[in-house]
Design a protein around this ligand. Structure first.
Ligand SMILES: Nc1ncnc2c1ncn2[C@@H]1O[C@H](COP(=O)(O)OP(=O)(O)OP(=O)(O)O)[C@@H](O)[C@H]1O
Length: 457
């Protein structure tokens, strides 16, 4: 196995010496930054696994150079600073699940973190096997790449606390799985996990959905109704697509996050919420604030601990690994043994995937339905790069005797792809309500996971 490389860019010579002598650093080749080249360029030019960077100040230029820089996305970062507030570094941390330590540095901790990195940064090549998955799993998340292991470690750390968490990631990257995994890894795991989609709350009922109502509070309130804060009492409340909540309603969330108090509609008594909040967005929250769609004060309340979910395209061998994983689960559920042809595996590995794991999952599901035994490239129906984004010729060849519900599933997956995972647009395109779409998607997930795809009559 090749040795891992530790890049260091440090100004404090004593700290530099202490870091190089750490036991945890022993397994790394060491690469010192040179003075006459910006350190980001040096990182881009070398194969680096871990970078420890001491910054008296992180410039705006550095921040932009780091942000969404695919070349750097698989590097584990540790930033060291003198502790002076630095907005660029703060913003960077809201996108990166990296470490930031302030002076005086805890060398034992840094050594442990190096050792932790060394243990996980070993990538094992995936040998495609049709009937079993080879990927590591943490909670509900599957993946063996360095990017996923970094995510697992972040989740493990945040789960032990009661901080609010803001999960930032592209559509379909696995934000809900991350939220659910945080709950499962937290001391609240035996209490409820309640998820709501903030973009799908009906404007008239938003108070009632969040805080509940008492019987007779308004026309149609025939009995008491528990809002999501009460349903999640003692557990975790997942606020999905939080930036999609109309801005005028966001203040309602802010109030309850500030003092934990809420009052059901029509109720006389104020209730106290004991709920851990995990929120998610597929937008850049800073951009949403700048665009006037997201309250800055709510952002700061929610983002006590920001977590970035790596997009699928940054997960290396996990891409083919996930394809195998979804296929293996489907085979077990259907009691079949369909396999991926070699050229299909190559096609999956080489395909320019977006950030969306759902897209890959759907491609496998669709191909599974279309293939009799061996999944050929034509079954995958992956648009050529030149066709991506264009409407193209989307004809699906429907095998004879295909079940109506499979046909419906293909139509839903296809529509989700054309809308890039936007559920409101998908529902509209298909002529169904967003709620129906959610119900159908959650049924498909349960079918695959519980192995019941053929059980319904
Ligand atoms: N690491 C993973 N391992 C296994 N399945 C995954 C992983 N990440 C995502 N998925 C699958 O991809 C789909 C999308 O995941 P999820 O709903 O958590 O994403 P999301 O980011 O919350 O999506 P959206 O932006 O639409 O709300 C689900 O079917 C989920 O099971």
């Amino acid at each position: 196995m090749a040795r891992l490389t530790l890049f260091y860019h440090l100004q404090d010579v004593n700290a530099e010496q202490a870091i190089l002598e750490l036991a945890g650093a022993a397994d790394f080749n060491k690469l010192r930054s040179v003075d006459d080249l910006p350190w980001i360029e040096q990182l881009e030019a070398n194969h680096v696994d871990v970078a420890i960077i001491e910054l008296s100040s992180l410039s705006r230029e550095d921040y932009l150079g780091l942000l969404d820089n695919v070349a750097l996305s698989n590097i584990e970062f540790i930033f060291l600073s003198d502790g002076q507030p630095n907005p660029n570094l703060d913003q960077l941390m809201s996108h990166f699940a990296g470490y930031h330590f302030r002076k005086p540095y805890d060398m034992t901790l840094i050594s442990d973190i190096f050792a932790d990195f060394a243990q996980y940064l070993v990538s094992s090549p995936i040998r495609p096997r049709p009937f079993s998955s080879e990927l590591d799993q943490y909670g509900l998340l599957v993946g063996s790449s360095a990017a996923m292991h970094k995510l697992y470690r972040t989740i493990r750390r945040v789960s032990a606390t009661d901080s609010n968490v803001l999960i930032i990631g592209e559509s379909g990257a696995g934000k809900e799985l991350v939220a659910n995994t945080i709950h499962l890894a937290s001391p609240r795991l035996n209490e409820p996990f309640i998820a709501i989609n903030c973009g799908a709350l009906s404007p008239e009922l938003v108070d009632s959905e969040l805080f509940g109502h008492v019987k007779g509070a308004f026309t149609g309130a025939h009995r008491d109704h528990k809002g999501v804060f009460e349903q999640a009492e003692g557990g975790t409340l997942f606020l999905d697509e939080v930036t999609e909540m109309p801005i005028e309603h966001q203040v309602k969330l802010l109030r309850v996050l500030e003092n934990s108090e809420y009052r059901p509609v029509g109720g006389a008594k104020v209730q106290l919420a004991n709920v851990r909040i995990v929120a998610a967005t597929n937008r850049d929250p800073i951009a949403a604030i700048e665009a006037g769609q997201f309250r800055e004060d709510l952002y700061f309340r929610l983002a006590q601990f920001p977590i970035r979910v790596p997009p699928l395209r940054e997960r290396g061998d996990d891409i083919l690994g996930l394809a195998q994983h979804f296929l293996a689960y489907r085979n077990v559920a259907e009691k079949q043994n369909k396999s991926l042809a070699d050229d299909s595996a190559q096609m999956i590995a080489a395909y320019p995937w977006s950030g969306n794991v759902r897209e890959l999952k759907h491609a496998i599901e669709r191909a599974y339905i279309l293939a009799d035994q061996e999944i050929l490239p034509s079954h995958l129906q992956l648009p050529q790069a030149s066709e991506m984004g264009a409407s193209g010729d989307d004809q699906v060849v429907i095998p004879q005797g295909m079940r109506l519900d499979d046909l419906e599933k293909i139509a839903i997956y296809q529509a989700l792809e054309t809308t890039q995972g936007n559920k409101t647009d998908t529902a509209e395109q298909l002529g169904i309500s967003v709620k129906t779409l959610y119900n159908k998607l959650s049924k498909y997930e349960q079918q695959v996971e519980a192995g019941e795809s053929n059980a319904e009559m």
